[in-house]
Structure formats: C-alpha cells, structure tokens
Design a protein around this ligand. Structure first.
Ligand code: SF4
Length: 634
C-alpha cells in the first residue's frame, strides 16, 4: 500500500454481527485519500442516498483524514457521514479530540457500518481485530459512565470511546457523537443514525505511530515542532489559545452582527454578562486541547454553587453554544448557559440546532402560534432561563413539545403551521450557526450551497480577507483569492468562495482542524502542502490539493442530487433578506437579486448545472470521477 494510509476499511454488518476488512488500492486512495473524500465516496458506492436516514438501510461511515494522527498541531480530525435524518441530504460532521488518531493508530482508515443490531451493541477495536459486544447495560447512561464501563471491560484506561448519547438513542434528529466527553461530531444528526442502528459506541486502541506509515517522517516532525513554537507569535493562534471561540462574542456584538433572538437583531443588550470577560472571570477553570495541538482552544468551565451546578468534565461552551443559549434565546445568565451546554453534552445533542430550535419555539410562543397547552405550562418566552433549560431536557427525552422539536425547525414549523416557517431559520433543514451573513455574505453563499445545509465551516469568512495588508489576507495569497469587502456580493466574491471552499474541503480530507491552516490561522499554505507530500511521497502541487477538496465536494453534491435535492434547496431564510433593525448594521439586509446573481455565478464557477445543481460530466471528468456522471444519469 501507499504511504500515509494503511488502505484498510473495516466493514461492520450489524444485521449479521460480522466485522470484516477490505483493502483499497492505491488508485482509489489517490482519488479519495481520507476524511470527507473517503466518506463521500463510500456513501455513494453503498448508495446510501436511497436509504431512509433512520432505517437499517442507511450506511454510517467513520473516516480518518490522511494526516490524522500526524505529530503536528490540529491534525486530529475525523469525519462521520451518512444520509442525514435532519436534512435528508448528505450528512457529515468532523470532530477533533483523540478518537480519529487512535483509529489511524489501529491501522484503520475508515469504518463502514450497515444494518441494525437486534440488541444494543458496541464495537470494540484493538490490535487483534474488531468485535461486537453487548451494550444493553450502557443504554441510557451518561457518557462518562459509558466511557468508564467500556475502559473497565477492556482493562485499558487509554481506550478511546466515541459514543452516541440519550438523544441519539431516542433518535433526536440533531443528536451528536462525542469522544473523550468533550469533542463532538455535532452537526447533521449522526448520533441519531448511530442510535437507530442500536450501536452505542466504538472503542478503539491502536499502537502504530503515524510516522511509521509516512513516506518521510522527519520533515513532518520538524513542521510539527515549528508550529508548537509559533503559537505565541501568531496573533490568530494566540488569540484562540487565550480566549478560544468565546472571544468572538464581543467582536461580533460590536460589529452589530451577533445573531440575537432568532436572527431578529444583531446586538445583544446583555453582552457584558455573557461576553468573554464575564466568561473568564466567572466560569473558566481550565483549557483543553486535541491530539497534538498546541493551540489549546478548548475551554473548561465549572459552577459549584447556586441553582445551576456545572461539571467541568463536559468541557465548556464554545462561541456557538454561548450565543445560541445566550442572546439567541434572549438569555444573559452565564451559569444557566453553561448548564445548557453541560446538559447538551450529557445527552450528546448538537448545541447549535438545540439552541436554535428552542429560539424558534420561543418566537412561535410569542407570536401565539403555540401556547401553554403545548408547552406543558412553560412560559416559553425569550429570556426565560428555566424554560430554556427544561426544553433541552424535553428535546433529548422527546417529551411533549420536545418530541416535535426533536425533528428540527423545518419539520416543526410545518406541523405548527400559521406561518411558523418564517421563524424556522434553517437551510435544507439544518439550523443556522451564530454567524449573520448580512455582515459577511460569503458565509451566506456557503449556507445556501453547502451540501449539509447551513454550516459556518465551508470556507473562511469574508471578514478575514477584507484588508489586503492583513496577516490573514497575506497568508491567503498563494490560494489566488482577492481582497474584497465583507458585504461585496459580486462574481469575484463567488470566485473567492469557491476557492476557499475547496481549501477547507481539502482540510476535511486530510483531517486538519478549521483553526489550523492559513488564512484562518498559523499553518502556512506551503506547510500544508509539505505535510501532505511528506506523508504520501506524491509530487503534489497546491492545485492538486484544491482539486482533491473540490472532488470531495462534488461527490457530496452528487449524493444530494441522487437524494432528490435541487436548486430550490440552495436558498437562504427570508429573514436574512430583511434589514437588521438597530445597531451598527441597522438597515442592512442581503439584496435578493445580488444573492441570486452570485449563486448563478457560483454554479458557473463550480461547473454545476444551475437548473438541476448537478455537476456537469465535463467537470466530473476534469476531476477524474466521470463515473459519478454515469451515476447521476442512471
Ligand atoms: S484548534 Fe482547538 S479544536 Fe482545533 S485541533 Fe486545536 S484544540 Fe482542537
């Protein structure tokens, strides 16, 4: 096999209770070298687009990246993918932590899980192979108890455990997965797919160092050491270490684009009580990290007194969670927000969709579309802390209104009726993250065209590439992007977006965190290229890397076309075309004609038919995957 990969795929058939290994050849590996690319290829090959998402026919893939486990900062990520129960589209979510590197160290590139086990089961992987074990005794437990029990059964405290939680067992459509209690595959409901298969956890332990597989390990280690030394000298990396993502709260509020009360406003009056200073002063107790990463952006929080005690074992709220359960729900009680984060993490729920779904229900309640008869007497108004916390539990347990909200805002709005759709701030069924595209419209292009629905990690945000003298823009020059105003929505912005999406997609193929490579942070473009060259021994160019990223995105798009999605699904919620009412961004909305023109330009640039949104045969041929055109025409 080639360097950088064992080429081994573990196939788990839960119906038959079998675990077998398959070897992929080097030609396949070159086209789909890991992570997003490998997962999307496997899902297309298995025709998962034909399966009901929560049926045994759906296929769940876990794929390590090409660089996952390399001794270099942020090389910790792995991909989980399946047809999403939240969107019905291609579903995918990346996580860091320690599980992905461990899978790679066990000599496995990907796991393909099919069928449904008759009883709760967990998958145990070690140097001696893979086995399925009973998990009825783990069903319904907190993640910490599950992790402890599996480690005790394996007699090894270093076993890495990836698991679904109560929300996944109950098939909440935005249930997540967690490894090491703090690292989440948050989006698109992969936890629900795992729960629907009666698969509680995957425990893995491996002992093969990454460098044993690499073509040239020495320069990889040298780049890794240089990155560790660089953190303090690099403003973006250092800021992430000092504040983590919660540092964004004050920045976005000052700019007037902090999504507040279900995207109705862009400034939150309670910012001083839930912004970074308050976070650091009142709840922060530690910093955490992922495998080999010197940025250490993870926060740990604790509350030991008062009505909302919070256990630091479950980490601390990231920016999305902080604002999601904060200003987005009209709440300025930091301890309660930390509690909501802990509850989501114990139930293993996606915090973005959970918070957004509650904010949607709050707006429905205030508009009189639902009332106390639906909420079990809860006064579900914006700002009601206790009601917010209660709804997190009810969604996870699917009790009362929580059962409806567990389907996400798109479905809930259809059931509630009366115009509730205008309060469902989602794309393709997935709720928007806490980034307002009215202030950075390239993010809106990503929300609209992204294969998973609204997500903020398809491409680096516009604001990083405004100033041509900035560190971030200078670092992005090798990619061929232009410096453009954040609210520019012309053809040049569409071109920038397409390049940046390919670059981010490549990061997901190789398993680098979004907060690692330039222009977002401190790994230079040439260093990403060098890491990949030294891992594989292939004479790659930067253009090759961008093509690998583009190929992965085209596979995911083809999945969506086969799943029945079309141009009408590449849209934005109406609210984003309305002006923000007050603050520094008062009066600013997205121009619908400009947005539509930019989407047409983006289809042209990507080589996708604007009528069907399918990649053209010519583009697929250019990407060396013409077989996908046959699949689309079949
Ligand atoms: S930057 Fe943060 S999330 Fe990314 S790998 Fe490092 S510690 Fe993990």
């Amino acid at each position: 096999m080639a360097y950088g990969s064992s080429g081994r795929i573990l196939r788990v058939d839960l119906e038959r209770g079998s675990c077998t290994f398959e070897q992929i050849d080097e030609a396949t590996y070159r086209l789909y070298p890991g992570g997003k690319a490998l997962a999307a290829w496997l899902l297309l090959r298995e025709r998962a687009f034909d399966a009901e998402p929560l049926s045994p026919g759906n296929v769940l893939v876990f794929a390590a990246g090409l660089l996952t486990g390399a001794p270099a900062s942020t090389a910790s990520r792995f991909t989980v993918a399946a047809r999403s129960p939240l969107t019905g589209a291609y579903g995918e979510s990346e996580a860091g932590g320690y599980w992905g590197p461990e899978l790679k160290m066990a000599g496995i590139e990907a796991i393909v899980v099919s069928g449904r086990a008759a009883q709760p089961t967990y998958l145990s992987i070690g140097e001696d192979g893979a086995t399925l074990r009973p998990a009825a005794h783990l069903w319904g437990l907190d993640p910490r108890e599950v992790q402890q029990a599996i480690r005790a059964e394996r007699g090894d405290p270093y076993v890495r455990v990836l698991q679904t939680g109560r929300a996944g067992e109950n098939q909440v459509r935005f249930a997540a997965l967690v490894n090491e209690l703090k690292h989440f595959n948050g989006r698109t409901g992969m936890g629900a797919v795992m729960g629907s298969k009666n698969l509680k956890a995957i425990a893995v332990r491996g002992k093969r160092l990454y460098v044993r597989n690499a073509h040239d390990p020495k320069p990889i280690a040298e780049i890794g050491k240089a990155l560790t030394r660089r953190v303090k000298d690099h403003p973006q990396a250092w800021d992430m270490q000092q504040k983590g993502t919660p540092g964004l709260m004050d920045v976005l509020n000052s700019a007037g684009m902090l999504p507040t009360r279900n995207f109705r406003e862009g400034v939150f009056e309670g910012i001083a009580r839930i912004g970074w200073d308050a976070y650091e002063r009142e709840i922060l107790v530690g910093r955490g990290t992922c495998y080999s990463c010197s940025i250490r952006c993870k926060r740990e929080v604790e509350v030991t007194e008062g009505p909302h005690r919070v256990d630091r074992a479950y980490g601390g709220p990231e920016y999305e969670t902080l604002q999601g359960f904060g200003g987005y729900c009209g709440i300025d009680d930091l301890q309660a927000i930390a509690k909501a984060n802990e509850l989501c993490n114990r139930h293993v729920l996606d915090t973005i969709s959970t918070a957004s779904t509650i904010a949607f229900a709050m707006e429905c309640f205030e508009a009189g579309l639902i009332g106390p008869q639906h909420t079990g007497g809860l006064d579900l108004r914006f700002g009601n802390t206790e009601a917010m916390l209660e709804m997190v539990d009810r969604i996870a347990r699917r009790e009362g209104l929580g059962d409806l909200l567990a389907h996400g805002t798109r479905h809930a709005a259809r059931v509630i009726g009366g115009g509730a759709e205008r309060f469902a701030i989602q794309v393709k069924g997935q709720e928007l993250p806490m980034h307002d595209p009215r202030g950075k419209v390239g993010v809106g292009l990503g929300y609209a065209i992204g294969e998973c629905g609204a997500d903020h990690l398809y491409a680096v945000h516009d604001t990083m590439l405004v100033n041509p003298q900035s560190l971030s823009f200078q670092a992005a020059i090798p990619l061929g992007v232009e410096a453009l105003p954040a609210r520019d929505l012309g053809e040049r912005k569409a071109r920038n977006y397409a390049i940046l999406e390919n670059w981010s997609s490549f990061g997901k193929v190789v398993g680098l965190c979004f907060f690692g490579p330039a222009p977002r942070s401190f790994i230079r473009v040439d260093e990403v290229l060098e890491l990949t060259r030294h891992a594989t021994g292939w004479p790659l160019t930067l253009e090759d890397l961008l093509r690998i990223g583009e190929r992965a995105t085209n596979l995911a798009r083809a999945f969506n076309v086969r799943a029945g999605l079309g141009a009408a699904d590449d849209c934005l919620p109406d609210r984003l075309f309305e002006p923000i009412p007050a603050g520094p961004m008062a009066g600013v909305g997205i121009s619908r004609p400009d947005f539509e023109a930019s989407m047409q330009a983006l289809y042209r640039i990507k080589g996708w038919d604007p009528a069907t949104t399918a990649p053209t045969r010519e583009r697929l041929r250019n990407l060396d995957i013409e077989w996908v055109a046959d699949l689309l025409e079949a």
